[in-house]
Structure formats: structure tokens, C-alpha cells
Design a protein around this ligand. Structure first.
Ligand code: GLU
Length: 503
């Protein structure tokens, strides 16, 4: 048997370090067994999936140095590797399950489902589908289908007993069937849900080991049942622990930069990032701190993964990156990497319009551009208080802006400008009060190119990280104040969305 693993990202946002972490362990496992590593794009959510996100994910994973044997960009014998191009296969499989009586048509409207949910919650029950459409006669079902009534296909779930799934790291996990919903497999638009597409593809792509994040454990009973319904062997499951923030909470972009591209833009080495991710729940048998991907593969043993939530700590990553810079690169390689990071002609071409109008000699360049080369600008607390805003306004403005920018896509000048105007309107402050604060947060200086230009050149993640730093320097927002702020932020969003302004 050839070991085949896969990474199956959904292109619905920034390329997450968690994706690189799962990809790395899948890669290491496959290669340690002389097997294949596949990349599949799970874009069945047509509303949230975007081509830009897919592009960014592929670019970011390629930057890490991981290489896949099959994927949408490199092809392969089991393609296509983008789920949106496989719709007919899923439809045929859903139909097969209906035929065999393992799935059924459900004609409930969103209103029916909302009512069902409310009644169950009022009765203190966990809301789930009550199975009413399983009672329809075959004639009734046929009639509704001929009448073209909107419907989904749901899978049948045993009414009682427990489902026992085997996880390579955790042993047997037992989940009562009563907790498992009659999952929708095919949506009204005829497209599959994640569960159906994922199982069908893992089977057709001959995946032997499913190595993924522990957030998917609750889905495992449904998947196991689907394998049984189809009469297929199930790949071995292995759920890895989720990466955590230093405060133990789940790694999220609200607290930490989570985009892989952030680490590239901040000047980390991809080798150091992979090395650090390789230490998340795993270690080399000789406890070496610095190791290459090749060394990791040679020593990889997935059964040594420890289940305690690994902490993704930027300071530790920074230290490890320093180890790489100090001793792992030749001088020539060092210079090449440094230039490619922040001194490439592409970089200067982007910065040129802002430089051309401002400098008289090249030695002035760093005066204007230095915020782009620093990891984090230094923002002094008294510089923040010197801004024409009260302490509370400063904190609210920074928090509002961080939230608004989190939702901004694409990252362009007009979007950044609209976000800043949104904060002004929401907090009833003037643009000329807010801009010096944003400028200070992004540059930490008296003089630099404009805040808008900095935001564009820095990109979304570095910009947000700087705003977060300024918020911390200003004393941060207390938990209680945060609740209040969340509410007024939601109100401000609603007000803007209803008038269509500040977009
Ligand atoms: N598309 C899922 C994700 O975004 C894949 C989960 C799995 O590996 O089964 O993580």
C-alpha cells in the first residue's frame, strides 16, 4: 500500500499558519513512508470561497518549501483537485445513497427548520433535524420532486447507541448517535457539503491517512458512517492538537498574526517557520531545536505527537529564526535572502512613487521608508497621549479599526480609507484627529510616507499587528469595555450597511 495523505484547505480567507502546520505533518508522514502528499482545494462553499484566497494559500504553502505531488497547480492522476470541478461525482454519490436508503430527500424550508429549532430549544433539547421528511411516502417524495420543490439530501443516522471511531493518537473515541445530526450531504443548489465531498474525495483519491486538526473530531462519526454506507474502507484518522495562543486560547487572528504571508513579510525564513511548526507537539528524537525539513522527515514518527495544546509563540519563533540566520545560511545565500525580502527592485518600484516626490539624495530614503523595514515600530506611551483624542477614544478607535480592517478584502487604498472613515463616523471623531494616531501606530515616527501608503505597502497583517501593538501600549481594552465596544461596533456596522456609506 502506498501511503497517501492530503491537505485540504478551504479557500475562504488568509493562508493560516495552522494550515501550514497540518500540511507539514501530512507531508512528513507521507514522505517518511515513501508515500505521496496531495493538495486538494475544498471550495464547495461557493459564497465564501474566492480565487484570491486559493491563490494566496498556494503561494504561501509554496513559500514554506513544502511540495505536493498532486494538486490543482501540478495536476495528477486522481484530479481534478478542486472540488468545484467535481460536482457531478458528488451528485452521483448522493443519489447512490438515496437509492440504497441511507439518505433521504428533505423538503423542509428554512422557516420549518427555524421553527423546529426554536421548539427544541424551548423544550431544553439540543437542536437538530427531527427526521420528519423520513416519514414521507415514496409517492409523496416523487410528487414533490416532479413539482420542483426545493430540497436537500440528508444522511440517515442511527437512533440510539454510540459511534466508536478510532483515532491513531487518541485511541477509541465514543460519541452517542443522539448527538449526531442528520447531516445535509447535498444542498438545495445541488452542490455537496464538506462532509460528502470530503469522504468521496478521500476515497477516490486513495487517501490512506487523514491527518487533520482536532476540531474535526465531531465530524468523524458521520464520515465513518458514510464509508460504511458506501462499503468503502476508511482511511486511518489522526487528529492533531490545535495551535494555541500563549494564553492557551485557540490561535486566532484577533490575538496574533495567523497569516503565513505575515511571517514572510516580517522577514522570517520559511525554513525557520517550518522548523518551529515541526516542534508543535513533536520533537526530534535527539531533542535538536534547529532541524531541516529533510531531517524532520528522516526522524518523523507521528505516534510521538503529544496531545497537549502546542503554544505558537512569536517570540520563540523569532529566537529560532535567529538561530537559522546565525548559522544555517552561507554568506551568499544570506545576502540573496535579505535582498529578496526588503531590497528587491519590486519593493522599490512599489515604494518609488512615494519616494520620488520627497527625497533629494538616496541617503534620505531610509528616513521615509524605515517603517517598512522594521519588525515593529517603537510607539512611546506619551506619544500616544499627545494625540488629540482622549485615552478612551484612542482605545476605541484602534479597536474599531482593527475589527473593520479584519473584514477588509481586497486590501486596497479605497478600502483602507473607507475603514478609517467608518471609525470616524462610528465614534464621532474627526479624520484629522484619527489620522495622526494611525500614522503613529504604523510608523512610530515623526516623519514617514503617509499612513495610507504605509498600510498598503505593509499589507493587512503587518498593519493590524501594529495597530494591536499601539492598542496595547495605550493600556488595552478591558474585558468589560470590550463587550460594550463590540455592541457599539455592531451598531455602527449596521448603521453604515443600511445607508451604504463609508464602504
Ligand atoms: N476543508 C477542511 C478545512 O478547511 C478540511 C478538513 C479535513 O482535513 O478534513 O480544514
Amino acid at each position: 500500500m502506498t501511503v497517501r495523505t492530503r491537505i485540504a484547505p478551504s479557500p475562504t480567507g488568509d493562508p493560516h499558519v495552522g494550515t501550514a502546520y497540518i500540511a507539514l505533518f501530512n507531508y512528513a508522514f507521507a514522505k517518511a513512508h515513501g508515500g505521496d502528499f496531495v493538495l486538494r482545494i475544498e471550495d464547495t462553499d461557493q459564497v465564501r470561497s474566492t480565487a484570491e484566497s486559493e491563490h494566496a494559500i498556494l503561494e504561501a504553502l509554496r513559500w514554506t518549501g513544502l511540495r505536493w505531488d498532486e494538486g490543482p497547480d501540478v495536476g495528477g492522476a486522481k484530479g481534478p483537485y478542486r472540488q468545484s470541478e467535481r460536482a457531478a461525482m458528488y451528485r452521483a454519490h448522493a443519489a447512490q445513497l438515496v437509492e440504497s436508503g441511507h439518505a433521504f430527500h428533505c423538503f423542509c424550508t428554512p422557516e420549518d427548520l427555524a421553527e423546529m429549532r426554536q421548539a427544541q430549544m424551548a423544550a431544553g433539547e439540543t437542536p437538530k433535524y427531527d427526521g420528519r421528511c423520513t416519514q414521507l411516502t415514496e409517492t409523496e417524495v416523487r410528487k414533490r420532486l416532479t413539482d420542483g420543490i426545493d430540497h436537500v439530501i440528508r444522511m440517515r443516522i442511527p437512533k440510539s447507541g454510540d459511534c466508536v471511531v478510532h483515532d491513531r493518537l487518541r485511541g477509541e473515541i465514543s460519541i452517542p448517535w443522539a448527538q449526531v445530526d442528520m447531516q445535509v450531504l447535498q444542498k438545495t443548489d445541488g452542490l455537496p457539503t464538506y462532509h460528502l465531498a470530503n469522504v468521496v474525495d478521500d476515497h477516490l483519491m486513495e487517501i490512506t491517512h487523514v491527518i487533520r486538526g482536532e476540531e474535526w473530531i465531531p465530524s468523524a462519526p458521520k464520515h465513518q458512517l458514510l464509508y460504511q454506507y458506501f462499503g468503502w474502507d476508511m482511511p486511518e484518522l489522526c487528529h492533531l492538537p490545535l495551535l494555541r495562543n500563549p494564553d492557551q486560547s485557540k490561535l486566532s487572528k484577533r490575538k496574533n498574526p495567523t497569516s503565513i504571508l505575515f511571517y514572510r513579510e516580517q522577514g522570517f525564513l520559511p525554513e525557520a517557520l517550518l522548523n518551529y511548526l515541526g516542534r508543535m507537539g513533536w520533537s526530534m528524537p535527539n531533542d535538536a531545536e534547529r532541524f531541516t525539513l529533510k531531517e524532520m522527515v528522516e526522524s518523523f514518527d507521528i505516534d510521538r505527537v503529544s496531545l497537549g495544546g502546542p503554544i505558537f509563540d512569536i517570540e520563540k519563533l523569532r529566537w529560532l529564526n535567529g538561530q537559522w540566520l546565525k548559522s544555517a545560511l552561507s554568506d551568499e545565500e544570506y545576502v540573496t535572502r535579505l535582498m529578496a525580502w526588503g531590497f528587491s527592485s519590486e519593493f522599490f518600484q512599489r515604494a518609488l512613487p512615494h519616494l520620488k516626490t520627497r527625497i533629494d539624495v538616496f541617503s534620505d530614503a531610509s528616513e521615509w521608508l524605515s517603517p517598512l523595514w522594521t519588525q515593529m515600530p517603537e510607539v512611546a506611551p506619551d506619544a500616544l497621549t499627545a494625540v488629540d483624542l482622549s485615552e478612551e477614544q484612542t482605545q476605541c478607535a484602534l479597536q474599531f479599526l482593527i475589527w473593520r480592517l479584519e473584514a477588509l478584502s481586497p486590501w486596497d487604498r479605497s478600502g483602507v480609507e473607507a475603514s478609517i472613515r467608518f471609525v470616524c463616523e462610528g465614534l464621532e471623531i474627526k479624520l484629522k484627529q484619527l489620522m495622526p494616531l494611525v500614522f503613529l501606530a504604523l510608523s512610530g515616527r515623526q516623519q514617514a510616507i503617509s499612513a495610507f501608503d504605509l498600510a498598503i505597502l505593509l499589507g493587512a497583517d503587518r498593519t493590524r499587528a501594529r495597530l494591536r501593538q499601539a492598542l496595547e501600549v495605550s493600556g488595552g481594552v478591558s474585558k468589560k469595555a470590550l463587550k460594550r465596544l463590540e455592541k457599539s461596533y455592531a451598531d455602527a456596522c449596521r448603521a453604515v450597511d443600511s445607508t451604504g456609506e463609508a464602504h
